[in-house]
Ligand binder design. Structure first.
Ligand SMILES: *Cc1c(COP(=O)(O)O)cnc(C)c1O
Length: 327
């Protein structure tokens, strides 16, 4: 089957399709980051999105494009949390059966959230790969349609709707800083922005502990890395050795990648809470961390940082805030 080329039009169509399931999120000027960097730094608040992360955009676009038969049979997915929660939410709204397979490392509150939305949660395997194998078996056995967290044209187009909103909210944008894991978010946003303005700088940010996409870009092909615990748990997992879309799209549309340390992620989460009054999870804070570090910098006037999720474990966040206070 030839690979489908994802276009700007697909993203416009997605924006229209998903409007009742995902809302437009605010873009707000960060006084603190603007003072520190000398540019106008805007925060795209996907932590305020339905289900607490941008993942609902892609999930909505994917599930709305199932065939009648696929809709009737239900879907299965693998997720460390946010994609599962988003899929569960959308499936619940559309009356579709959803099974979510999660690896053992997933945080318990994320499993609870998915169950509350009506999904069937299966804890299976020590790694993302093992959970994926289990989901594959379930799909086969029960006729469920697998929903990729990132490597799917409908998912990518759904996440790309953030790019359209950024263009509308800040037409003079010079650069955008995007959290990067499987690359669905970065692929979609960067495609939308580069089509509008090829000079706009796109920067992907991953954590130092297990940056699979960044290592894959370095190698020139998808690679695997051992999993490691990180505050950015929503960025854990591989990109798939058989990656079809996002590796190539990130290669093509993301200009630069940066890595942030656990300390930088922790500081960014505490900064978000104390200064911006925002609850931001580790994976959602890596863009903030890059901006705060001064390493994501350039001769820019207007920069947007995608704050991709707010589903922080409150115990973790309180501990970090306490440590930062010198407690
Ligand atoms: C999934 C996720 C990301 C990364 O998105 P990819 O499409 O996998 O690159 C970033 N932040 C949060 C909060 C997420 O849930």
């Amino acid at each position: 089957m030839p690979l489908q080329e994802i276009t700007l039009q697909d993203i416009f169509i997605a924006a229209k399709s998903i409007s009742s399931l995902a809302h437009k999120t605010p873009l707000v000027l960060s006084q603190g980051l603007s003072e520190r960097t000398g540019a106008n730094v805007y925060l795209k608040l996907e932590n305020t999105q339905q289900t607490g992360s941008f993942k609902v955009r892609g999930a909505a676009n994917r599930l709305l494009n199932l065939t009648e038969e696929q809709r009737a049979n239900g879907v299965v997915t693998v997720s460390t949390g946010n994609h599962g929660k988003a899929t569960a939410y959308v499936a619940g709204k559309l009356g579709i059966r959803a099974v979510v397979c999660v690896p053992d490392l997933v945080l318990p509150h994320k499993v609870e959230a998915m169950k509350r939305l009506g999904a069937e949660v299966v804890v299976a395997g020590a790694s993302q790969d093992e959970a994926e194998a289990h989901a594959g078996e379930l799909a086969e056995k029960e006729g469920l349609t697998p929903i990729s967290p990132f490597d799917d044209p409908f998912i990518i187009a759904g996440q790309g709707t953030i790019g359209l909103e950024l263009l509308e909210q800040m037409p003079q944008l010079d650069a955008v800083i995007i959290p990067l894991s499987g690359g669905g978010l970065a692929s979609g946003i960067a495609l939308a922005l580069k089509r509008a303005n090829p000079a706009l700088r796109t920067i992907g940010v991953s954590m130092e502990r297990g940056p699979v996409m960044v290592e894959s870009l370095r190698a020139g092909h998808p690679v695997q890395l051992p999993e490691d615990r990180t505050l950015a748990d929503s960025l854990m997992g591989g990109i798939g050795l058989d990656n079809r879309y996002t590796f190539r799209m990130v290669q093509q549309h993301v200009d630069e990648t940066l890595l942030v340390s656990e300390e930088e992620i922790a500081s960014a989460m505490v900064y978000a809470l104390r200064v911006e009054r925002l609850v931001v999870e580790g994976g959602g804070a890596v863009g903030l961390a890059a901006a705060l570090s001064g390493r994501a910098a350039g001769p820019w006037q207007n920069v947007a940082v995608v704050v991709s999720g707010g589903n922080a474990d409150m115990d973790v966040l309180q501990r970090l805030a306490g440590d930062a206070a010198g407690g």
